[in-house]
Design a protein around this ligand. Structure first.
Ligand code: FE
Length: 250
């Protein structure tokens, strides 16, 4: 999705809100209606507008309805436009005026990891990184057969593509509470599945992240309610972007 794709939806919402305000004003005096009509429209604040500060919200690589029905446009609107952007805004507030403002996102995550006095910084920076990684690991018409290099590694590491998907599904289900399930490169031609709680990320370990699934409830509750297992299976069957995995192998 490019940066303006969420704007029409938000503009529609603003128009509806303005219409509702005018309707409510209709029971008041005509002068009140005139005043509302004459008032300048509020400046649009699309969720994907450029964010002030050192870090920007990366555009999604597809439109907000591209992942439906597994991940609906409504979920993308909240998850990307509110949650992901919320982490980004908090991150920018935390690094503003500090020496970290000039660092890369990865450097901020690593600088804050494990530091008790930097927990908020770590949580928000890692969540920005994790979410960007998650979005890029999904695509419309995903799933299916991986590229040969990926398929060969899944065969040697797990016994096959389906076995790897089962391991990822088990990790997605086994993560108690909020968190993430990951496919990682453990080195030496060995791929592994790991799970992390909250904002924790393999980025801070020696294992290279290859793919992830967000299992925070905000990732699936609008579409799947409490059925995390069904959400995870549908993502693995229909949205996993194996080319992304292949690219991350380096
Ligand atoms: Fe999330």
């Amino acid at each position: 999705m490019n940066p303006v794709d969420l704007a029409p939806d938000l503009n529609r919402r603003q128009a509806l809100a303005a219409a509702a305000a005018l309707t409510a004003a209709g029971v008041a005096s005509l002068s009140r209606v005139d005043a509302l009509a004459a008032a300048p429209a509020p400046a649009p604040t699309p969720a994907s507008a450029p964010v002030s500060g050192p870090f920007a919200l990366p555009p999604l690589p597809y439109k907000d309805d591209a992942l439906a029905p597994v991940v609906s446009a409504q979920t993308v609107g909240f998850h990307y436009g509110k949650h992901h952007k919320g982490y980004l805004d908090k991150l920018n507030g935390l690094v503003a005026g500090t020496e970290l403002a000039g660092r890369t996102l990865e450097q901020v995550v690593l600088a804050a990891a494990g530091a008790p006095d930097k927990a908020a910084l770590f949580n928000n920076a890692a969540q920005v990184w994790n979410h960007t990684f998650y979005w890029n690991g999904l695509r419309a018409g995903g799933g299916g057969a991986p590229p040969k290099r990926v398929a060969d590694l899944l065969q040697s590491s797990f016994g096959g593509v389906e076995e790897a998907k089962k391991a990822l599904h088990a990790a997605a289900l086994g993560q108690f509470g909020s968190g993430w399930a990951w496919l990682v490169d453990a080195g030496g031609g060995k791929l592994e599945v790991v799970k992390t709680p909250n904002a924790e990320t393999p980025l801070t370990t020696s294992k290279r992240p290859l793919w992830t699934i967000d299992v925070w409830e905000h990732a699936y509750y609008l579409d799947w309610q409490n059925k995390r297992a069904d959400y995870a299976q549908a993502v693995l069957d229909k949205l996993i972007n194996w080319e992304f995995v292949n690219a991350n192998l380096g």
